[in-house]
Ligand binder design. Structure first.
Ligand code: FES
Length: 293
């Protein structure tokens, strides 16, 4: 027996938005639908939106679902969340918001909220004449889970959007892996590859200079040193009547000539270490040593 919140049960027992919105030729409004899932998988949702053409606002919404308690409650939540929103605002609604509106869903039922978000996207893309844009993209990757017909690109998207870390989470979110289980090892590999990508990109963002230098040729390294000096160091020194010139680079030993007021200043050593060496260490490599010639 699943543990459902009172809100889930309330919406399941008293759904207010089930049904169809038919196009009756009303002026100023258009009906669009979005459909996800399949009866073969045990869950399917068709969402109907009535859109005010002038304002792009969703003035009414209905749903049909073949799903369980959570699918009905998630669809109800989705309709309540999107009514009155513009299409752009509605596209911002995430499956997390749907689950939060319900006070949470059992882990194994999170896929119901994902289905709601995907039906919403499908309906809006249909309205805009770019049908199933996102889902077509999802279908481009190799098929990973043949039991549920789920591609690699769709798994990657859901893992990234929800920071999933286990194959079990993927089952809960989109069912992939929840049948015969033969794709679970591939799903694990996909998760690991995404985690590696995230780690690499975070390291790159935290210290772009240090990562960049690993791939630099000696000429590129000198150019980067010159760039840091020209853009970040020299303007400060020039403002104080001084200047610095790059003299030589030998590995991580960088030789510079202090000029103007910096050359004769009693604090020139501090200038060398704090204004120049610390900056180059920060931007390029912590092992850099700056010497004056
Ligand atoms: S192939 Fe994915 S569960 Fe069977």
């Amino acid at each position: 027996m699943w543990e459902y919140t009172d809100k889930v049960l309330e919406l399941f027992y008293n759904p207010k938005n089930q049904g169809v919105l038919e196009d009756k030729g009303e002026s100023g409004v258009k009906i669009t639908t979005g459909e996800v899932g399949s009866i073969a998988c045990g869950d399917a949702l068709r969402l109907h939106l009535k859109v005010d053409v002038d304002t792009d606002k969703i003035v009414d919404a209905r749903f049909q679902t073949f799903g369980c308690t959570s699918a009905i409650a998630s669809s109800e939540a989705l309709v309540e969340l999107v009514k009155g929103k513009t299409l752009d605002e509605a596209l911002e609604v995430t499956n997390k918001e749907i689950a939060a509106y319900l006070g949470g869903l059992p882990e194994a039922k999170i896929h119901c909220s994902v289905m709601g978000q995907e039906a919403l996207e499908a309906a809006i893309y249909n309205y805009r004449g770019i049908p199933l844009d996102v889902h077509e993209e999802d279908d481009e990757g190799a098929l990973v889970c043949t039991c549920f017909g789920i591609s690699e690109s769709r798994i990657r998207r859901v893992v990234k959007e929800n920071n999933l870390t286990r194959a079990e989470d993927v089952i809960n979110y989109i069912k992939a892996g929840g049948g015969c289980g033969s794709c679970l090892a591939t799903i694990d590999d996909i998760i690991v590859s995404i985690q590696r990508e995230v780690t690499t990109s975070q390291a790159s963002n935290n210290n772009p200079g240090q990562l960049a230098v690993k791939a630099l040729t000696p000429v590129q390294k000198i150019a980067l040193i010159q760039k840091v000096l020209d853009e970040e160091v020299r303007p400060v020194l020039i403002a104080d009547g001084g200047d610095v010139e790059l003299y030589d680079v030998d590995g991580d030993i960088i030789k510079v000539k202090l000029q103007g007021a910096c050359g004769s200043c009693s604090s020139s050593f501090a200038t060398l270490k704090i204004a120049i060496e610390a900056r180059l260490r920060d931007r390029i490599s912590p092992s850099i040593v700056v010497e004056a010639v």
